[in-house]
Design a protein around this ligand. Structure first.
Ligand code: PGA
Length: 257
């Protein structure tokens, strides 16, 4: 059975102590669900202590970012090699990184490749801005982001990539206050799968894990996860609240994967 993948993106919030408090609350409230894989994405500093604290049958860890060179004179950076054995996943190309830190399509591509090289599954975030949607550029933007990011991977490596469709305009950071409509989510995710089918064939595209993120809250979970081809969720703000995150997991557990 394919599990839903629910990834809580904590962004730049919670110090070591606060993160540990949140994880204890989540652990007390969340039961292991057969059809849901839960991933927590805290900041880099918190990852190592948290990796010793979490119940690994219940929670996996993701980094939010890492650098694409494995080692060397890159002051201030942390590499995927250093995250090996601490995290199972890493977000790559989140819109906040593309927009605030000028991460180009090529940087995202190199980070995806570095993650794979280091046995970490990249969660490749793609999505159009409000302006791009208005200009009817959504398909082109998604096409450019997906094809460039995967350019250096073989068909077998693609299997390990999770793609997260995150329409920038719906993310709380950029003023979004509710998710994209189900039909908007479905049409972009269908488009992403058709790009994958062109690149790697229909079988690969069908099996790819594709999730949705942007303003996910418990009340929207069942309508989004019931859409064919949506394999999980990437909540940001809601994942910092143990009660909301617990409700998201419980709602996902009720949907047939
Ligand atoms: P949000 O963030 O749920 O707060 O909109 C999602 C994300 O940026 O990954």
């Amino acid at each position: 059975m394919k599990k839903f993948l629910i990834v809580g993106n904590w962004k730049m919030n919670l110090n070591v102590h606060e993160a540990s408090v949140l994880v204890k609350r989540l652990d007390d409230n969340i039961k292991i669900q057969r059809n849901v894989e839960i991933v927590l994405a805290p900041n880099l500093l918190v990852l190592q202590p948290l990796s010793r604290e979490i119940d690994k049958r219940k929670f996996k860890l993701a980094a939010q970012n890492a650098y694409f060179v494995d080692e060397g004179a890159y002051t201030g950076e942390v590499s995927f090699t250093m995250l090996r054995h601490i995290v199972e996943y890493c977000l790559v190309g989140h819109s906040e990184r593309r927009i605030y830190f000028n991460e180009s399509l090529e940087v995202v591509r190199d980070k995806v490749a570095a993650a794979i090289r280091n046995d970490i599954k990249p969660i490749l975030c793609v999505g159009e801005t409000a302006q791009e949607r208005k200009d009817n550029e959504t398909k082109r933007v998604l096409h450019d982001q997906v094809t460039t990011a995967l350019a250096n991977l073989t068909a077998e490596e693609i299997d390990k990539v999770v793609i997260a469709y995150e329409p920038v305009w719906a993310i709380s950071t950029f003023g979004g206050n509710r998710p994209a409509k189900p039909e908007e989510i479905k049409s972009s995710i269908d488009w992403i799968r058709s790009i994958l089918a062109d690149l790697y064939g229909y079988g690969a595209s069908k099996d790819q894990t594709v999730i949705y993120g942007a303003s996910v809250e418990p009340e929207f979970v069942s309508s989004i996860l019931s859409l064919e081809g949506v394999n999980g969720l990437l909540p940001g703000a809601a994942s910092l609240n143990y009660s909301m995150f617990t409700k998201i997991i419980e709602a996902a557990a009720k949907v047939k994967a």
